[in-house]
Design a protein around this ligand. Structure first.
Ligand code: ATP
Ligand code: MG
Length: 543
């Protein structure tokens, strides 16, 4: 047996099970409901289940918990499969669906009725809710609770045959209406829905609830460790009750871990769906969304997301993970792999008046300062160039270290220039005139002069820069009741500027724009002009 004890508490449980020879093979699963896109919280769960199966040479199933056709869509199934493949978390060769087991589940429901452990209730949804009681008030038995077995069998079959209207009958487990655990107060096991199901079409008009379907699906598939987030702690009692009372010969065990909670983000599909439906974001793959599709479009790599999951680990204690940790993971990777280029996000024209009008010079610059293997690129300097507005100040202040009148600044890979005049139109700055220093060596200026980036006016490409910030302006937004009121109105700022011309866009889609941050090409705008870049992260402030 391998010792994975340092990984997390679940590995300790599995190690113990193996010592006791409990299972022949360790078998985990990831079981999303196909009612939305996966988010970064799901990656934590997927990676946990996948890596356990991989480490113990076991099996990892992807199973759709498709018991509620109201909200489920094929497009969500496709996106979930695509996202998991992209993450590189390989699941068992076939995909599983809870709906594969609807017939077995139906038979288990009949078995519970026959054992006098389930009954058909004809109370309305509202009445069932009122009869259930509260944490301080015990529930009241439904008048249908003590119907004969025979009657229950007839009614349940009628439900199955479509003889009831939706919402007029349901099957409930007969457990304990006074249980301190609300979930155990005769939970609903089956409800009627006249909706076509994406897998079973109109074969069924009754659908099992999540609690009934989940444990049975786990048992049928031979799952050994059923891992879920801590909001399901109470459901564990019902999970065990159902498996104990049906004739099934495999008993998976449920264990709970703390869900990922990420600062400045919401992570439930339900809440993300609200953002999409209210058009607060542009769809599930908006680069501000913490969905896998959004993070991918933003420029996060699968590797950086998995590294993030490794860093946060798995515990039982809830905590709020700082978004900066996620940014650290991608910055660390891109610092090594991303070619450097110069991009001017907010352009201001700089005319180097001391150069001839037709001045044109090739400059060799490395694609990466620390990796000569990444080769060199060709930058062109001309008399007119763009610099960034934030690198010029009309008025001198001691703290401003970039270009200002009669001060010097070094152009990256090129001359030191000195500004001498500001050209204005309608009181607005339109260009800065400067002269260059002819006889300079890098040595002369080492550490004494600021370096700014630039692009040639004539040898550059127009580009749109989408600058993203957190979607919410409060860190612990997941706990806020009215989370929508914490939306950051400046979460997307669009700028138009220029990038170096001679960059190889075909072989790279992620770059470090010097002094600005990491950016990636937006997949929805490939081949179009202007080129659209998404800002992945700010780099650490350099000045
Ligand atoms: P919904 O809001 O619709 O409940 P969800 O985001 O909770 O959506 P599910 O489909 O219910 O997604 O979850 C699938 C699996 O992912 C479950 O095992 C669940 O425990 C796990 N999961 C969901 N959210 C997180 C999270 N934030 N961190 C870790 N695991 C999560
Ligand atoms: Mg959920």
């Amino acid at each position: 047996m391998k010792d994975f004890s340092k990984k997390n508490f679940i590995y300790n449980i599995i190690n113990n099970d193996i010592l006791k020879n409990k299972y022949k093979i360790i078998h985990t699963r990831f079981s999303p409901e196909p009612n939305g896109y996966l988010h970064i919280g799901h990656i934590k769960s997927i990676y946990l289940n996948f890596s356990i199966a991989r480490n113990y040479v076991g099996q990892f199933n992807l199973r759709f918990d498709d018991t509620n056709p109201d909200n489920e869509k094929l497009k969500f199934i496709h996106s979930i499969i695509n996202d998991i493949k992209w993450l590189g978390c390989f699941y068992y060769k076939k995909i599983f669906y809870a709906s594969n087991y609807f017939s077995q589940m139906y038979n288990y429901a009949i078995e519970l009725i026959n054992k006098n452990l389930a009954y058909v209730d004809l109370l309305s949804k509202e009445e069932i809710k009122n009869y259930r009681g509260t944490l301080t008030k015990p529930g009241i038995d439904s008048p249908y609770r003590n119907q004969s077995k025979k009657n229950n069998l007839i009614l349940f079959k009628k439900m199955r045959c479509g003889d009831f209207n939706q919402g007029t009958a349901c099957l409930r487990a007969k457990i304990d209406m006074k249980s301190p655990c609300l979930i155990m107060r005769d939970p609903v096991l089956y409800r009627i829905k006249y909706i076509n199901h994406h897998q079973t079409n109109n074969d069924w008009c009754i659908y099992p609830t999540y609690d009934f379907a989940h444990c049975i699906s786990d048992a049928i598939e031979g799952i050994t460790h059923s891992l879920c987030t801590s909001e399901f702690i109470e459901n564990r009692k019902l999970y065990n009750w159902i498996l104990k009372n049906i004739s099934i010969n495999h008993y998976p065990k449920q264990y709970e871990f703390a869900p990922l909670n990420l600062s400045y983000h919401v992570l439930s599909k339900r809440k993300l769906k609200i953002l999409v439906n209210k058009k607060i974001v542009n769809g599930w793959d908006d680069p501000r969304m913490p969905t896998i599709a959004g993070l991918r479009r933003r420029g996060y790599t699968a590797n950086s997301l998995i590294e993030f999951c490794k860093l946060i680990g798995v515990t039982k204690q809830n905590s709020l993970i700082n978004i900066k940790l996620l940014e650290y993971c991608i910055n660390k990777e891109l610092n090594i792999s991303a070619p450097r280029i110069m991009a001017v996000i907010d352009p201001l024209l700089l005319i180097i008046n001391s150069l001839p009008k037709d001045y044109y010079m090739h400059i060799d610059a490395p694609n990466h300062p620390n990796n000569p293997n990444m080769g060199k690129k060709d930058i062109i300097l001309t008399r007119e160039i763009y610099i960034d507005k934030k690198d010029f100040s009309e008025f001198y202040t001691k703290s401003f270290k970039k270009l200002t009148l009669f001060k010097k600044v070094k152009l990256r890979y090129s001359y030191v220039v000195r500004a001498y005049k500001i050209l204005k139109r309608n009181n607005k700055i339109v260009a800065i005139l400067c002269n260059h220093e002819k006889y300079q060596t890098n040595k002369n200026y080492k550490n004494k002069i600021s370096v700014i980036h630039w692009v040639s006016k004539d040898y550059s490409l127009p580009a749109e820069f989408r600058l993203y910030e957190n979607l919410f302006n409060t860190a612990n937004v997941e706990n806020k009741v009215n989370f929508i009121s914490y939306i950051n109105k400046n979460s997307l700022i669009i700028k138009h500027g220029f990038i170096e011309k001679n960059i190889n866009i075909d072989s790279n889609n992620t770059f470090q724009f010097e002094r600005e941050g990491y950016f990636c090409l937006d997949k929805n705008h490939l081949g179009k002009s202007p080129i659209v870049f998404n800002r992945i992260t700010n780099m650490r402030k350099q000045n």
